[in-house]
Design a protein around this ligand. Structure first.
Ligand SMILES: [Zn+2]
Length: 311
């Protein structure tokens, strides 16, 4: 926002943008000479209240963007539920933004925990939703109860916790309960979790609303740990890397299977790697693994390993 003022960007301006950071483009240059000289361009209006719930916006320290601080702001709740159901999260097919928006607006869900209380009738009553799609969505919600721990952690929307950090946390702590009772010091010790991330995780799990959400998820029977009942995890503690394209699995599926078997999945080969799983057309990871003398196995051997067979 300061940028807009500093560069004097007006509505209708032609600008040159470049991709900065992950997604948000940066205005590099405003083409002032292309402005119509006869017209006074309006300056953008910077909101001071949330356009959805009217709560005054705040700027958090260290952030550029203005945020609505209301934890139950409908716009935020919708965002949370969409993230929860996203492919990177709990992968609930059919839980798109149109559906989510209606569920929240009609008061059927206040948070992700309420998804598991929905009935076919609730959903069939939404616009553009037939009985069949309602049934499918209920099935998809039901299926989401059994995702690996790192998916659940990715889907909760904890600040700074994306898929990679979620995987590390799942491997280190193994269950939501253990993660919830971790101290900031314990969290900071985890690979790739600095002070800022540790605090964000700690704050998330010590927030009243979030504790209630976790409780609802538990009550609904959402899996809260990676522990396999009564079974050994065949890849427990092993660091696994994949390279090349697999024939019977997508990379995401392979990661999940490895994770469920207790492995820690990394994206690059290092001297810490235990196993490299090689598919078609492996890349440079293959050469590196050979150089380092790391165990290299095929996709079939990997599948046998996770079933607990010797290869
Ligand atoms: Zn709001």
């Amino acid at each position: 926002i300061e940028e807009l003022e500093r560069k004097d960007v007006r509505i209708g301006d032609m600008v040159i943008v470049q991709k900065a950071g992950e997604i948000i483009p940066e205005v590099v240059e405003v083409l002032y000479h292309l402005r119509d000289k006869d017209k006074e361009l309006k300056r953008p209006i910077i909101p001071d209240k949330c356009p959805v719930c009217n709560t005054p916006l705040v700027k958090r320290e260290g952030y550029v963007a203005l945020r609505c601080p209301n934890p139950t702001c409908p716009a935020k709740v919708k965002g949370e539920i969409e993230l929860y159901g996203s492919r990177m999260g709990m992968d609930i097919e059919g839980l798109g933004s149109v559906v989510v928006s209606q569920l929240v607006d009609k008061g059927l869900v206040d948070d992700v925990g309420d998804l598991y209380k929905l009935t076919v009738d609730d959903i069939a009553g939404l616009e553009r939703m037939g009985e069949k799609s309602a049934n499918n969505l209920i099935d998809a919600i039901e299926k989401s109860k059994d995702r690996p721990l790192f998916r659940l952690l990715t889907s909760l929307g904890i600040d700074y916790v994306g898929e990679t950090t979620a995987q590390v946390l799942a491997t280190e702590f193994g269950s939501v309960d253990r993660l919830m009772s971790a101290t900031i010091e314990e969290l900071e010790k985890v690979d790739g979790v600095g002070e800022k991330v540790a605090k964000a995780i700690y704050d998330y799990f010590h927030n009243e609303r979030n504790i209630r959400i976790i409780d609802k998820l538990k009550q609904a029977g959402v899996k809260m740990s990676d522990e396999v009942e009564g079974g050994e995890r065949p890849l427990s503690g092993k660091k696994v890397v994949f390279t090349g394209s697999l024939s019977s699995l997508t990379r995401e599926e392979a990661k999940e299977i490895a994770q469920k078997a207790g492995a820690k999945v990394a994206s690059s080969v290092s001297s810490n790697t235990d196993i490299l799983v090689v598919g078609e057309n492996p890349g440079s990871k293959y050469d590196k693994a050979r150089e380092l003398g790391i165990e290299i196995i095929s996709e079939d051997e990997f599948l046998a390993l996770v079933r607990g067979e010797k290869v």
